[in-house]
Design a protein around this ligand. Structure first.
Ligand SMILES: Cc1cc2nc3c(=O)[nH]c(=O)nc-3n(C[C@H](O)[C@H](O)[C@H](O)COP(=O)(O)O)c2cc1C
Length: 462
């Protein structure tokens, strides 16, 4: 049987997100990003389309690599201004029942103790529909804002992240026993202190001596996403991630990354089929081919090439304002993200990119492929993409929002459902259960979080 196709919508608490310039299109509503009705409407639209989740990117820092200043980012609303994504989630959860929320949070500038509390709170308020995209950042501007001279070196960030994960696992999984909360009105005892354990951690980067502040939430540890696919990033994903989000312009680039992470996961003792891979995939639909093509051409007329290069400069750490537009992009290694640079250089040596081509491609949806056509044609392309890459789902950026997601809900989802490739109804339970099956609300062995549970720790100590 062919895999079910999972869909996440990809958005950020900012204007335009991955399609700089498209905020000027009359159909786009992302300039209303700072008002709740935009988000609650989006959430309802996604649930109507039975999307698995809304994946919320978040980038700390300003895109100031292009031209060495924030000016281009400010002029073009290139993910600037950027509001906090977490604060949107309660409102969206209140108007939906099943939609999952994968929220990005950068661990580099926040202690695990306070972050763990915010995620537990969201897991309670969403009744177990929360996921966390674990990122460490790629902009020096964020480090400077947080009181450092520059960001930590690329691979070292993942080492710090490993320790951060250990601490949050201890807080989420190891502090409160399952039956610690009594809520007993007769005895007047709320929680049994003997069943709430102090987390003591003293490592290279973090020290904690505290109990977790929240009682156990439905999933405890949120569903874990990861999105960096450099060699060190893949290792991190293989150890911790339940879902991996990757981006690349072709199946030729995505397929080996999927295979490599599955192989590393198997080496780490995990079931490789249980790491769900989502790849970026932009979708532009029309009732007819002509309508879809006209829509795409109209969108393209709103692309902002400077905004697109401002994004790419931030992702890669390379100032593209110093390049001639017809210059070929050559590989450079630095402390920004490595996946973005690989995508337009060495990941596919047969595909050479000029700076102009990068600006045009990234201008709609970022660096993923763009499928344009009728629901039937796009469904064919998605099925072929699944066959070629072995991914489990798509993370779908928009040109205009929420219009493109409404098109998917109204046109593509019925077609994928008809083909037996898309769920007819949501599964019951938490986000983790919806993704991995009934009874799986919490992480299962051999995931490294599990060893921190009190009864497993006690057994290991015997
Ligand atoms: C598809 C995709 C989505 C990402 N989303 C975010 C994000 O929302 N916030 C962020 O700070 N980093 C994001 N990143 C950056 C990664 O977390 C990571 O910092 C970057 O890719 C560098 O790691 P790498 O060299 O291992 O790829 C994303 C990366 C990819 C490939």
């Amino acid at each position: 049987m062919k895999k079910q196709i999972r869909l996440n919508a990809f958005a950020m608490n900012c204007v335009a997100h991955q399609s700089p310039g498209l905020w000027t299109h009359p159909r786009d509503r992302t300039t209303e990003y700072n008002r709740l009705p935009y988000w609650t409407d989006l959430a309802r639209t996604l649930e109507r389309g039975r999307f698995d989740g809304l994946f919320l990117a978040d980038v700390l820092g300003v895109y100031d690599v292009f031209g060495g200043s924030p000016d281009a980012a400010l002029r073009n609303a290139t993910q600037t201004p950027a509001n906090d994504p977490m604060l949107l989630i309660s409102a969206m959860a209140a108007v939906t029942e099943n939609l999952g929320f994968g929220v990005t949070s950068n661990l580099s500038y926040e202690p695990p103790y306070t972050f763990a509390r915010r995620m537990s709170t969201l897991d309670h308020l969403t009744e177990g529909r929360i996921g966390w995209n674990v990122v460490t950042g790629y902009l020096d501007s964020a480090a400077k804002g947080a009181g450092k001279d520059k960001q930590t070196a690329h691979d070292d960030r993942y080492d710090v992240a490993d320790e951060y994960m250990e601490v949050v696992y201890k807080l989420w999984e190891g502090s409160w026993e399952d039956d610690a909360v009594l809520r007993d009105r007769i005895s007047g005892i709320f929680a049994d202190p003997a069943k709430v354990h102090r987390v003591r951690h003293a490592g290279n980067n973090y020290r904690v001596d505290a109990i977790h502040l929240c009682e156990p939430s439905p999933q405890r540890t949120p569903v874990l996403y990861q999105a960096g696919t450099s060699p060190r990033g893949r290792q991190f994903a293989a150890e911790h991630a339940e879902c991996v989000f990757m981006s690349g312009p072709s199946a030729k680039i995505i397929a080996p990354r999927v295979a490599a992470i599955r192989e590393l996961a198997a080496k780490a003792g995990r079931n490789p089929a249980e790491i769900l891979m989502f790849s970026m995939f932009t979708i532009i639909l029309g009732r007819t081919e002509a309508e879809a093509k006209a829509k795409y051409a109209d969108y393209r007329s709103h692309i902002n090439p400077e905004g697109a290069l401002t994004l790419m400069s931030g992702w890669t750490g390379v100032d593209f304002s110093t390049y001639d537009l017809d210059q070929q992009v050559r590989h450079v290694e630095n402390d920004a993200g490595r996946t973005a640079m690989d995508n337009i250089t060495r990941a596919d040596p047969d595909r050479v990119w000029t700076v102009r081509e990068v600006a045009q491609h990234v201008g709609i949806g970022g660096i993923g492929p763009v499928a344009i056509g009728t629901p039937e044609k796009v469904a064919d392309e998605i099925e072929a993409w699944f066959d070629q890459t072995d991914v489990d789902g798509l993370n779908v950026p928009f040109a205009v929002s929420p219009g493109d997601f409404a098109d998917i809900a109204d046109m593509l989802v019925p077609e994928l459902t008809r083909r037996g490739r898309y769920k007819g109804a949501y599964a019951k339970g938490s986000l983790r259960e919806k993704l991995f099956g009934a009874g799986r609300a919490r992480l299962s062995a051999p995931h490294p979080a599990v060893q921190h549970r009190p009864h497993i720790r006690a057994k290991a100590a015997e």
